[in-house]
Ligand binder design. Structure first.
Ligand SMILES: Nc1ncnc2c1ncn2[C@@H]1O[C@H](COP(=O)(O)OP(=O)(O)OP(=O)(O)O)[C@@H](O)[C@H]1O
Length: 236
């Protein structure tokens, strides 16, 4: 569904993505792990068009998207949940959900509206008239996911959904990601939290210094202490 091939990307003269290639199959969840500064957010920003690759190809459903602006990429069906949620603090929950981007026309199974989002996140219904600032971190994360779903994506990109959340809430976020996958979405998450990634993902990729240095299943990562230690800073 999404395929990156030999993507190279710079900030000024800093060489960040150094030939990144991977794919996310339809209906699967892939997690991109790595230490701070490895290039994970740059990868996501390059996919959604916020940062342009200098070289390489990015294809979504066999269509090249590397030259498209962010709004066109969104309209093709790629939803984005940014790092730090970026919800609008002075708008209510309902306004945050209903103001975004023009919806892609898609009825039936893939259609997301307020009702379906409130079904997935009943707490957002309870708090629909509260302002963004009145929500807990976990509720803000649900709102950020709900807001991305309102554009009717087929593919969801999530940048560090566990950031700043308590372990029990991280578990809930993991369950939500699994539910979204079961609802038919393909998902790429960028994470530093190994347990969330292993709970939600079918495939784990590890990035180090702008390159994918390891890939495997969650089970393979869990038993590979060398890889965890070398690239993720987990003590043996
Ligand atoms: N706007 C920018 N201008 C210049 N350098 C940047 C910019 N954004 C990121 N970088 C640098 O690019 C490298 C990769 O950063 P990136 O944010 O992609 O890493 P990351 O793996 O997502 O880490 P983190 O978890 O800390 O966000 C880092 O060295 C970072 O300092």
């Amino acid at each position: 569904m999404l395929e990156l091939q030999d993507v190279h990307s710079y900030y000024g003269t800093s060489y960040i993505l150094q030939g990144v290639s991977f794919s996310v199959p339809q209906g699967k969840c892939v997690a991109l792990l790595g230490r701070n500064g490895a290039g994970k957010t740059t990868t996501i920003h390059t996919i959604v068009g916020l940062h342009k690759a200098k070289q390489g190809s990015i294809r979504f459903k066999d269509q090249p998207i590397e030259s498209l602006p962010p709004h066109q990429i969104s309209r093709l069906g790629i939803g984005f949940v940014p790092q730090g949620r970026r919800i609008f603090p002075s708008l209510t929950v309902k306004e945050n959900l209903t103001m975004p981007a023009r919806k892609r026309k898609q009825e039936g199974r893939g259609h997301w509206g307020l009702e379906r989002i409130y079904e997935l996140f009943p707490v957002l219904k309870e708090r629909e008239n509260n302002f963004g600032t009145q929500l807990s971190g976990g509720q803000q994360q649900m709102l950020a996911i709900g807001r991305a779903l309102m554009t009717n994506p087929e593919f969801l990109l999530m940048d560090e959904p566990s950031e700043g959340l308590a372990p029990v809430i991280i578990d809930q976020v993991g369950e939500i990601i699994v539910q979204l996958k079961e609802a038919g979405l393909s998902i790429l998450i960028v994470e530093q939290n190994i347990s969330l990634a292993c709970k939600a993902a079918d495939v784990i990729l590890i990035m180090n210094k702008g390159k994918i240095v390891w890939s495997g299943s969650p089970d393979e990562l869990m038993v590979n202490e060398d890889v965890q230690h070398k690239y993720l800073g987990v003590s043996a």
